[in-house]
Design a protein around this ligand. Structure first.
Ligand code: MRU
Length: 364
């Protein structure tokens, strides 16, 4: 993605060669601030407090968090402690565990003196792989959009519904759900994106709208409950969402509200696709509803809203009666039967055990 005309990733090595820079997404879209992580604790806070978020970026940050930890102390005890500290930051996105397990398998067994350099190298590889995977997801997803464009007689516009931010900001680059959108836009197919605001943290309103606007892609922000209405009126050609964990049988765990969009899409015959790099697949889990841990976050995310005042300052206000309790379930699971297809870096799989196994025979 270009930010002010400069190609930019969401995580990169600082000029000093060892610290790690990220964009503080809690400040967006009102401010664009770079934060430098220097310690394991910095990385844990960045993930937990959602300065970085989105499954692939959480994984990439955890990988660099491990490198920062080993820079300080590469003993076996420190490796294990860093694993536990990073693993405890957020429960749902499986990319976190995946990145830490990669470190455990490839770095921890090395002699202590080699671990730090190996951790930095592996973290960089995880980032580069994410970029390549998402770009490939874009290429495969582009074919779906091209087919819809042909079907429409190349008339009008392809309307795509997006939920949360499964974009550039949720990954190292390209995004998962947005990669096909960026590729279609670059291919000259007229697209328009309905952006779900995605309460309570408003990742759609704050991040996806910023990203698409920055890239020049036409989009319209909608409240979370508008999707069904739009689908009933033929105003959505396609839904593409991301995922924090997809089971071996194709159940898709993603930002709260995804399931309801899938139900509405199913009822209206609207294709419902999920963009996912393979590190987001949890091969150890079959039943997403029963087995995936759903993060519950602080109720103030629901009872309060943050926004820009007319004078440009940013303020947080309470929108509920005094003492109102709120539940804040951050994710839900869409059963595989409502998913039209899983767009992976290796191609598009049916959301079934056999479909995923056929694309990833090496993972079974
Ligand atoms: O709570 P968040 O903002 O980390 O949730 C992000 C999502 O739900 C994304 O859709 C998902 O991680 C896919 S990111 C490519």
């Amino acid at each position: 993605m270009n930010v002010n005309g400069t190609p930019t990733r969401t995580i990169w090595l600082n000029n000093n060669g060892w610290a790690v820079d990220i964009i503080d997404q809690t400040k967006m879209p009102h401010a664009y601030e770079i934060v430098t992580m220097e310690t394991l604790d910095d990385a844990c806070v960045a993930i937990k407090d959602m300065l970085v978020r989105g499954a692939p970026l959480i994984g990439a940050t955890a990988a660099y968090g491990m490198a920062l930890a080993l820079r300080n102390d590469a003993s076996t005890n420190a490796c294990d402690a860093a694993y536990e500290a990073l693993y405890a930051t957020r429960p749902t996105a499986v990319n976190l565990r995946w990145a830490l397990d990669e470190m455990k398998a490839k770095v921890f067994p090395l002699p202590e003196a080699e671990r730090e350099a190996a951790a930095y190298k592996l973290a960089a590889e995880i980032c580069d792989d994410d970029v390549a995977q998402n770009s490939a997801i874009g290429d495969h997803g582009l074919k779906i959009i091209e087919q819809l464009w042909e079907k429409k007689g190349k008339q009008g516009v392809i309307n795509i519904l997006a939920h949360c931010n499964a974009g550039w900001l949720a990954t190292v680059d390209w995004g998962t759900a947005t990669a096909p959108m960026y590729k279609a836009f670059e291919a000259g197919i007229p697209i328009h994106v309905w952006v779900d605001e995605t309460r309570p943290r408003n990742q759609g309103a704050s991040l996806t709208a910023w990203e698409l606007g920055n890239h020049g892609i036409p989009h319209t922000l909608i409240v979370d409950n508008a999707g069904g209405h739009l689908m009933q009126h033929g105003l959505v050609d396609l839904c593409i969402v991301g995922t924090d964990r997809t089971t071996a049988s194709g159940d898709v765990c993603n930002k709260i509200g995804t399931y309801l969009k899938a139900l509405a899409a199913h009822d209206n015959g609207v294709p419902f696709y999920v963009g996912l790099p393979s590190p987001t697949i949890d091969w150890t889990v079959d039943d997403g509803v029963k087995e995936i841990p759903i993060e519950e976050r602080d109720q103030t995310e629901v009872t309060q809203m943050t926004g820009r005042l007319p004078d440009g300052s940013v303020a947080t206000v309470t929108i509920t009666p005094e003492g109102c309790k709120a539940g804040n379930f951050a994710f839900d699971v869409t059963p595989a039967k409502y998913v039209t297809g899983l767009i992976t870096e290796r191609g598009i799989a049916p959301a079934t055990k056999d479909g995923l196994a056929a694309l990833f025979p090496d993972k079974n």
